[in-house]
Design a binder for this molecule. Structure first.
Ligand code: PLP
Ligand code: COI
Length: 341
């Protein structure tokens, strides 16, 4: 199979249309079998639930070329499980995780020519999503839905690759205590756009959101969880019922403990503690681990000791081990890697 002629090393995190996508419709109470199509544009009714009341959710994962030339995905079953939970919370019909994984693998296989080569710094981003396609004018769930999976080759999410970021503590809230912060609903991202555009205008790379109820605890950013490293080398991550259960973060905590022998802790993290950490990073499928060098709290600067030039030493070890597992250089725990054949 011949690869597409793409400047893999020059890719940013943008949409590039690939050849195939998976589509399945839900009608009359059941999912149809679904299949691959080359149609990337869709026509839907003006009153579709997604257009009127934003009834939609999505997932994000990646396909990698390993050192020995295989194409693999990372823990797609966990994305399938999370999408099931998103669907339940949004009154959407669950697309079963086994079928989800199958659709992901089929879509990647069909777009093999777009999977970036090993060592290029790029990966194939996979975007499964579901939306209400049937008309609703009263506020209620739709009767019809569509599930899709498309792919797009991507480079780093943050321009500048692994240069430490400057983030600010946001005055906007991302998620209410009993709201939808723990699921991957499109509406969580629509309402974050104002805050991210404002952050960029003010010269920041991202927002750090605090818990909406007390505004004293660290939650996450608009598209990634946080990990912190204490001065005595412990890896700590915020515990909250209103953040997205990041698959990258859960994997990193396992890697920290089981591969690197580090102490780990998932607990509430207070804003007041930020000045005491040695390292901070954003973690997620798109972000991988993006180091944070500075956190600005309304003019007060918290400069992480690792500085603005490079990742801190523990973040680097976590990054190298996780990407080593994803690219097949380091043996993965059982069940983490699904090969595409
Ligand atoms: N938090 C938010 C709000 C996200 O959008 C994402 C991205 O999916 C993450 C965290 C990271 O999750 P994961 O590691 O599963 O990609
Ligand atoms: C991902 O990491 O997959 C996400 O969905 C986050 C988004 C900000 C691109």
């Amino acid at each position: 199979m011949e690869k597409k002629k793409i400047d893999w090393g020059g890719l940013g995190f943008d949409y590039i249309k690939t050849d195939w996508r998976f589509v399945a419709d839900y009608k009359e109470g059941a999912w149809e079998e679904g299949g691959l199509t080359d149609q990337g544009d869709l026509v839907i009714n003006e009153c579709a639930g997604v257009l009127q009341y934003s009834q939609s959710c999505f997932e994000g994962l990646k396909a990698y070329t390993t050192e020995d030339g295989r194409i693999v995905t990372f823990r797609p079953d966990l994305n399938g499980e999370r999408m099931e939970n998103s669907c339940r919370r949004l009154e959407m019909p669950v697309y079963p995780r086994e079928k989800f994984v199958d659709a992901v693998l089929r879509t990647v296989k069909a777009n093999e020519a777009f999977v970036p080569p090993y060592g290029s710094g790029a990966t194939l981003y996979i975007r499964p999503f579901m939306f209400a396609s049937g008309p609703v004018i009263g506020v209620k769930p739709s009767d019809e839905y569509q599930f899709r999976v498309f792919t797009t080759p991507v480079g780093p999410y943050f321009k500048g690759g692994v240069k430490p970021l400057t983030i600010r503590i946001s005055d906007f809230d991302r998620a209410a205590p009993n709201g939808t912060g723990h699921i991957k609903a499109g509406l969580n991202y629509a309402m974050s756009l104002y805050a991210i555009v404002d952050a960029h205008k003010q010269g920041f790379d991202e927002n750090m959101y605090l818990d909406a109820a007390t505004r004293t605890k660290v939650e996450e950013t608009g598209g990634a969880n946080f990990i912190f490293v204490t001065k005595d080398g412990k890896v700590v991550t915020p515990k909250s019922s209103s953040i997205l259960p990041s698959i990258t973060r859960r994997s990193l905590m396992y890697v920290a403990k089981e591969y690197l022998g580090l102490e780990t802790e998932e607990r509430e993290i207070y804003k007041e503690e930020l000045k005491d950490f040695a390292e901070c990073g954003l973690c997620g499928t798109a972000a991988v681990i993006s180091p944070v060098g500075k956190i600005v709290d309304h003019g007060d600067e918290i400069c992480l000791p690792c500085g603005m030039e490079d990742m801190g030493p523990v973040t680097r070890k976590l990054y190298d081990t996780l990407t080593g597992i994803q690219m097949g250089r380091i043996e993965a725990p059982a069940g983490w890697i699904r090969e595409i054949k």
